[in-house]
Design a protein around this ligand. Structure first.
Ligand code: G3I
Length: 386
């Protein structure tokens, strides 16, 4: 036990130092050379001769990581329309881990105090089990999708500390307890830190201070001692924010709670982040003995402020999009020993939060639910990667 603690402490110390050595966000994190490490280009060898005509993503990645997708209720409903029936087939074929895009959030499950609605979440957990997939719980403590009653009193002010703690405990006990043994792991907390590493001024932080976070992890552990515990956030390529997560990992460890993995949301754009940002990010977590997951991967080419491709993607942009996805996937393969899951935030372009106010093309399957060219290349790269 003691040895394990010292190893953690050493990893944490090394990780912190690597981060502190970074004076700006893009500076590479240097690390001693490890002779067993895969070459920088991702060790993808020659993929020309690999036949993937009968291959699936989850099969190609079976020795690497889970392949996940965020789903809506339509993805699992009985008697689906042709469109959703087809999407269910895509899910069953290529994916082995599911995350509820919205169905397990606080406002979906307990929008009104004491009134719980589990229909959609139940259907998803059933679907995952019927199809041999892992179900991921998303998410318990988040400043968004949070009903006012949780933190607001009758006069419109903040509730007192004990009331908020009670609300958190009741919700966590009920939700985590319901799916005990059926959920692989929970995104216990989501998007807690600002880019500069300070705590987001959420109702939780305002009322309870930093301690709310540790309390939340303790509550989940009590409700289901065997489920995995995750922390999920975006843009951890920014060093101050990453440091805040490293600090949290240390604080939890001091209290005997081990985070099983950090979720990197990976909502990307065509110019940012860089592949090198991610390489550095993985190195930092690897140095502290921490597993990571890609939890909400998508790649946007447009936005509601600038809806430039309403009638389809030009060929050259489409080719760049596919290449960029493949480049990132190769970095995921390079760090497969610390990556436990690679999940996209949706299945096909027809349904994505990135379509709000524009026509976007962020996912691995197009609007007709056909796999985009990079999927084949990703399977080849996974199979070539030893
Ligand atoms: O279900 C109602 C529907 O009845 C109503 O008619 C409609 C009118 O706007 O709203 C529907 O609810 C929307 C819900 O998505 C389902 O589509 C909510 O308004 C909308 O706020 C909600 O957005 C979700 C958002 O989280 C907030 O929960 C997005 O779909 C979902 O993709 C997004 O996911 C988050 C991750 O959880 C955390 N990381 C960032 C990611 C993107 O914001």
């Amino acid at each position: 036990m003691k040895i394990k603690y010292y190893m953690y402490a050493a990893c944490l110390f090394l990780g912190m130092n690597l981060l502190t050595a970074c004076s700006d966000d893009d500076a590479p994190v240097t690390e001693p050379t490890d002779p067993t490490e895969k070459p920088d280009e991702g060790n993808n060898g020659n993929t020309e001769d690999i036949d993937v005509s009968n291959m699936t993503l989850k099969e190609a990645c079976k020795d690497k990581f889970l392949v996940g997708a965020a789903i809506t209720y339509d993805d699992v409903k009985d008697n689906p329309t042709d469109f959703w029936a087809n999407e269910q087939e895509v899910l069953k074929k290529h994916f082995n881990a599911l995350t509820a895009e919205g169905a397990m959030k606080w406002n979906k499950i307990q929008n009104e105090k004491g009134v719980y609605t589990f229909d959609e979440a139940d259907a998803m957990v059933d679907f995952a089990e019927r199809n041999g997939m892992k179900m991921i719980g998303h998410c318990l403590i988040w400043h968004t999708a949070l009903p006012d009653w949780v933190w607001k009193n009758k006069n419109g002010g903040d509730v007192d500390k004990q009331t908020l703690l009670n609300n958190m405990r009741d919700h966590i006990n009920k939700v985590v307890g319901r799916y005990k043994g059926r959920i692989l792991g929970w995104d216990v907390a989501n998007e807690v830190f600002n880019d500069d590493g300070t705590y987001r001024n959420s109702p939780y932080y305002r009322i309870l201070g930093e301690k709310y976070l540790i309390e939340a992890y303790k509550m989940v552990k009590e409700a289901d001692p065997d489920c995995e515990l995750y922390y999920n956030d975006f843009q951890l390529e920014f060093t101050p924010k990453r440091k805040a997560v490293l600090r949290l990992i240390g604080q939890l460890r001091e209290r005997g709670i081990e985070l099983d993995a950090v979720g990197l949301q990976a909502h990307m754009w065509m110019t940012t982040p860089s592949v090198e940002n991610y390489d550095n990010l993985f190195q930092s977590f690897k140095a502290m003995g921490m597993k990571v997951m890609i939890t909400e991967w998508d790649l946007s080419v447009t936005s509601k402020e600038n809806d430039i491709y309403p009638n389809g993607l030009p060929k050259d942009i489409d080719a760049k999009w596919n290449q960029r996805m493949l480049d990132f996937f190769k970095v995921f393969l390079k760090y497969d020993e610390i990556i436990t899951r690679v999940a996209t935030w949706g299945v096909s372009d027809s349904h994505s939060w990135k379509n709000e106010g524009c026509t976007n093309y962020p996912l691995l399957f197009d609007r007709q639910q056909n796999a985009k060219p990079c999927v084949e290349e990703m399977m080849k790269a996974a199979l070539a990667d030893k």
